[in-house]
Write a protein that binds this ligand. Structure first.
Ligand SMILES: Cc1cc2nc3c(=O)[nH]c(=O)nc-3n(C[C@H](O)[C@H](O)[C@H](O)COP(=O)(O)OP(=O)(O)OC[C@H]3O[C@@H](n4cnc5c(N)ncnc54)[C@H](O)[C@@H]3O)c2cc1C
Length: 387
């Protein structure tokens, strides 16, 4: 068992002022009115080109992001590394539409691969499919609509970007994780990623797909994929998450009158998540897994399973991942216990990462959930240092 309430370990890199600042920030994020108004004005400010960096940079940005470019993330990478917490650099441009933007993002991802190659604190690279592809195009491909010549060319460019990134990752020996997205584009993404997994995972788990376990079809998909990969003699590699788009998924399913792809309740998702982790660990010799969650119980269950199977804590095929600025009590305590742990470290110019920051803020608007836990632990540590 790992003691996630050990706040001495969890916050040993933060001084009192930093703890107080984090506490203040989570208090703000726990206030739904504040977050709604803040997000609304930030969106307007961006559209009307009003400056927002001066307020965002010293607050949410510095808490959740590594820096405005790769090199600016060095102090964060180094500091995390001192606690044996590793970094996954995440260029967080979202919602782009133009090929020029997608090419730029591709170059950024390739630069993160080069950075990872030279830095033992960076074990993986990552990218989000819609960082290199237009959402509406993927949607059209998924439903099997005829593409115009122009769209076919655009889709060919998307495939080239996916391939170029993975080819470069293979050349540098840096595993790459591909994020998962909404179900109405994920089938196309899965097809692209599967092809890359079959090509590049022959000698080692190099390309990771992401499975959202809030989808009730994913456990079966996982088992089926592992079987197919085994037949081809390649490694399976998955980042497991619960899934970030539940409300959107349910709303769309209701609107279009198809059954929601999401488990009917939270315990259903939790069960599917823990079953998937367990399945991967049972098959550790040819399945690599990254346990991407802020859920303490899921991490605890994974730790128990690792121990019951006599898998060494730092087995190269198992890692845990959390987002920078969240759940340090999980990351730092797991790392102190010898597990492979990473933080997603988003980076990019303040304006570029604003959609990511708004998502973070909106996801944290519940004192009852994750934010309540952060506040409780920060309070506990501040109290401990007083006594
Ligand atoms: C390192 C990392 C990488 C990530 N990458 C991705 C990614 O590529 N794609 C992606 O979509 N998300 C990604 N996420 C976000 C992730 O999917 C979750 O939204 C987030 O981590 C919260 O889930 P949890 O397991 O941490 O915690 P928990 O608080 O235990 O779970 C919350 C999640 O449970 C599910 N849930 C909540 N209520 C219900 C309900 N009533 N019925 C059914 N399910 C419910 C939802 O998925 C919700 O997000 C990532 C998260 C991390 C930490």
């Amino acid at each position: 068992m790992v003691d996630f309430e050990n706040t001495t370990i969890a916050f040993h890199q933060k001084n009192k002022n930093q703890l107080k600042k984090a506490y203040w920030l989570f208090r703000m994020l726990a206030n739904p009115v504040m977050v709604k108004v803040g997000s609304f004005f930030t969106r307007i400010a961006i559209k009307t080109h009003l400056p927002v960096s001066w307020v965002l940079k010293p607050t949410v940005y510095n808490h959740f992001c590594g820096g405005e470019n790769i090199d600016a993330c060095d102090p964060v990478i180094h500091k995390l590394g001192e606690a044996n917490v590793q970094t996954i650099l995440d260029y967080s441009a979202e919602g782009k539409e133009l090929d020029a933007d997608f090419d730029y993002t591709k170059e950024q991802i390739i630069a993160t691969i080069d950075k990872a190659k030279g830095d033992q604190n960076i074990p993986y690279a990552v990218f989000k499919p819609t960082g290199v592809a237009r959402f509406a195009l993927l949607e059209k491909v998924q439903v099997g609509e005829n593409l115009t010549d122009q769209e076919q060319h655009e889709f060919d460019l998307v495939k080239e970007r996916f391939h170029a990134i993975c080819e470069h990752a293979a050349k540098q020996g840096v595993p790459v994780m591909i994020d998962s997205e909404e179900s109405w584009i994920q089938t196309v993404v899965d097809e692209l990623v599967e092809e890359l997994m079959f090509r590049y995972n022959q000698k080692e788990p190099l390309v990771f797909n992401t499975l959202q376990m809030y989808r009730h079809d994913r456990l079966e998909y996982l088992k089926n994929f592992v079987e197919r990969a085994r037949e081809k003699g390649v490694y399976s590699a998955f980042k497991l998450v619960r899934g970030a788009y539940m409300e959107k998924e349910r709303a769309r399913a209701a609107k279009h009158g198809y059954p929601s792809p999401i488990c009917s309740d939270k315990p259903g998702t939790d069960q599917a998540y823990d079953d998937a982790v367990s399945f991967c660990l049972d098959n550790i010799t040819d399945v690599a897994v990254c346990v991407g969650t802020h859920n303490e119980l899921s991490c605890q269950l994974a730790v128990e399973k690792i121990s019951s199977l006599d898998i060494v804590a730092d087995h190269p095929n198992v890692s845990f991942a959390q987002l920078l600025g969240m759940s340090d009590h999980i990351s730092y305590n797991l790392a102190a216990a010898g597990y492979n742990v990473c933080k997603y470290v988003p980076y990019g110019p303040v304006k570029t990462v604003i959609p990511y920051l708004i998502r973070r803020a909106e996801e944290n608007t519940s004192v009852a959930g994750q934010t309540g836990r952060e506040l409780f632990l920060l309070r506990k540590e501040l109290k401990r240092r007083k006594s």
